[in-house]
Design a protein around this ligand. Structure first.
Ligand SMILES: [Zn+2]
Length: 589
């Protein structure tokens, strides 16, 4: 139940680890010297571009090995000081690469016959997408001096605000009385009580959470105004019409696609509200669901797995999709790529880390034997399978944008959940279905409310810093518009702007719509699979393998999917609708 990291390094003291870390530091200064000397003019463009990309590839490979070794070690052993120190030492050096990166961007943008240069070299051809993307994005670069200044000032500007907000929320203790005992709990523990079986606990936790926020609302608002203010200033200087434009560019996504998606999402809201109202009724509420019962568990799953059984179940069902997928999961299990044993000092939750440098991946989870834990393993193995399909691409072509990052993971999760739903009785099915609809409600309806809120936030911040009252009002307005009569409008959550960390990161603006896109894209692909069966499989693998070197429209086109029109998203939402209809009919009486 524990993973092996020996495939990366034997230890931090090993010769291999030491020499790789040393090499990274040497190469950073080498590449900066090279960039300063050679990349200031476009003579011998082909040779210089090749040389820089080779530096970049080698460095990326070394850094991913060294940093992954440290971060994976820390993930299962938070108190490992050696790992922490090693990680910090290398991570700190990364910002020094900005210089070479900016110079290379400007260099590529300055090559007049870029296509010709690319065509003259096999190596450059392989990285055509990357080079063209660099050129496209270079028009938003400021002068070298301005870039350096912004990057340094942000350490004492937006990043300092982010830090302050982290401190405020991570040290906030919430007063609550549970089982007649007065307690002070940290915020994450209080928010977890939203999943408690006891309705009283859920309500109490919600009220305690809201009143705790009053202690930090003014300072959090100041942080948020500081961060969003800086974002507006910098994005205007760069020539973006709106911060959303910048996120779309990073996401390799067109505005047209975003609009098409939201058109379909808006149409689907009434069906989500039907589900929410039914859930409210089942829990004894008459005016829609109060916010504190959004995550209330419905029934209890009786399904239980040992780790071995869970993996057998996953491999068996992955095999119905393809042997290649099944073999991938079996291999991950047999080769000890997974660390699933909960233990002291290990991080909570689950994640997958794709180690392109060695063509493997590692999955971390805290497995307790429940059904939802089994599906988490399937989800994370899906991320791993995505990485597996990218392993023959060069490392520079192996990173994909956020909106398609969840494609393979949700796909794999869907495979096992659908298989399970076929086997279980109605009572069990209600629990599993409800969980999956509740997840979709968050990713579609709640995400829509966050998008509306952030839009309003930027619009207002352009004019003036927002007061706490304005922030609370806009949040409640956004929730009303998204959830409608599905939620009890007297029990909404006016402080969601305070606890979602994405709002407080200057380079993650509108970090909401990519989640909705990810879910709908994956569901849509699954629908295509159901229609086309076996012949879909190799095309799906091929699609995953090019996600690092195509934009979203092109990736979707490989399956004849047009993401610039609402129809595709409508079809994906129909899959959720079917689940909701089934849930409604199962809970009729
Ligand atoms: Zn995921």
């Amino acid at each position: 139940m524990r993973w092996s990291l020996n495939e990366l390094y034997d230890s931090f003291e090993s010769e291999a680890y030491k020499s790789d870390s040393k090499r990274i530091l040497e190469m950073i200064s080498e590449v900066n010297t090279f960039a300063e000397k050679e990349l200031t003019n476009t003579g011998e463009a082909k040779e210089k571009a090749e040389k820089y990309l080779r530096y970049d590839a080698t460095l990326s490979k070394l850094m991913s090995k060294v940093l992954s070794y440290a971060s994976l070690t820390m993930a299962v052993d938070a108190r490992n000081e050696v790992a922490k120190a090693n990680y910090a030492r290398i991570a700190m050096k990364l910002s020094e690469l900005t210089k070479a990166e900016v110079l290379f961007s400007r260099f590529v943008a300055g090559i007049e016959n870029l296509q010709e240069v690319i065509d003259s070299s096999e190596y450059l051809k392989e990285h055509e997408f990357m080079l063209k993307e660099i050129r496209k994005n270079a028009r938003y670069l400021l002068s070298n001096e301005e870039e350096m200044l912004i990057s340094r000032m942000s350490n004492t500007g937006s990043k300092a605000w982010t830090n302050l907000q982290n401190i405020l929320t991570s040290t906030l203790l919430v007063d609550i009385e549970l089982d007649g005992e007065k307690k002070k709990l940290p915020l994450p523990a209080i928010r977890n009580l939203a999943y408690d079986k006891d309705p009283d606990v859920r309500k109490k936790a919600f009220e305690a959470e809201l009143s705790a926020y009053e202690k930090v609302e003014e300072s959090s608002a100041a942080a948020l105004n500081g961060i969003k203010g800086e974002v507006l200033t910098v994005s205007e200087l760069r020539g973006f019409s709106h911060p959303l434009e910048e996120t779309l560019l990073q996401s390799r996504m067109e505005k047209e696609t975003l609009d098409a998606m939201f058109t379909a999402i808006k149409e689907s809201l009434p069906m989500f509200r039907k589900y929410l109202k039914r859930k409210a009724e089942l829990l004894g509420h008459k005016k829609g669901l109060p916010f504190y019962d959004l995550f209330a568990p419905m029934g209890e799953s009786q399904m239980h797995f040992t780790y071995e059984e869970a993996m057998d179940y996953i491999v068996k069902n992955f095999n119905t999709f393809s042997r290649r997928l099944g073999d991938y999961a079996r291999n991950a299990y047999e080769k000890n790529w997974m660390d699933v044993e909960p233990r002291d000092g290990k991080r909570g939750g689950a994640f997958c880390s794709n180690l392109h440098a060695i063509g493997e991946s590692r999955v971390m989870a805290n497995f307790d034997g429940s059904f939802s834990n089994m599906t988490t393993l399937a989800h994370e193995l899906g991320h791993g399978y995505h990485g597996y399909n990218l392993k023959d691409e060069t490392i520079l072509n192996s990173s994909y944008p956020m909106p398609i990052a969840e494609t393979a993971s949700i796909f794999c999760e869907t495979i096992v959940v659908n298989a399970a739903l076929k086997e279980m009785d109605d009572r069990e099915a209600v629990t599993i279905l409800e969980q999956s609809i509740s997840d979709a409600t968050q990713v579609i309806v709640d995400i829509y409310s966050r998008y509306l809120f952030e839009t309003k936030l930027f619009e207002t911040r352009k004019d003036h810093p927002l007061s706490v009252k304005e922030l609370k009002n806009y949040m409640v307005e956004a929730q009303k518009e998204a959830y409608g009569e599905g939620l009890d409008e007297e029990v909404l959550h006016p402080y969601m702007w305070l606890n979602k960390t994405h709002y407080y990161s200057a380079d993650r603006n509108f970090y909401n719509f990519p989640y909705a896109f990810g879910l709908l894209f994956s569901k849509g692909l699954y629908a295509v699979y159901l229609k086309r069966g076996e012949e879909f499989v190799p095309e799906y693998d091929e699609l995953l393998s090019v996600t690092g070197k195509k934009d979203i429209i092109e990736v979707a086109e490989m399956m004849n999917i047009d993401v610039t029109r609402p129809d595709f998203f409508r079809d994906s939402l129909k899959i959720v609708e079917k689940d909701i209809e089934k849930f409604l009919s199962l809970t009729e009486k």
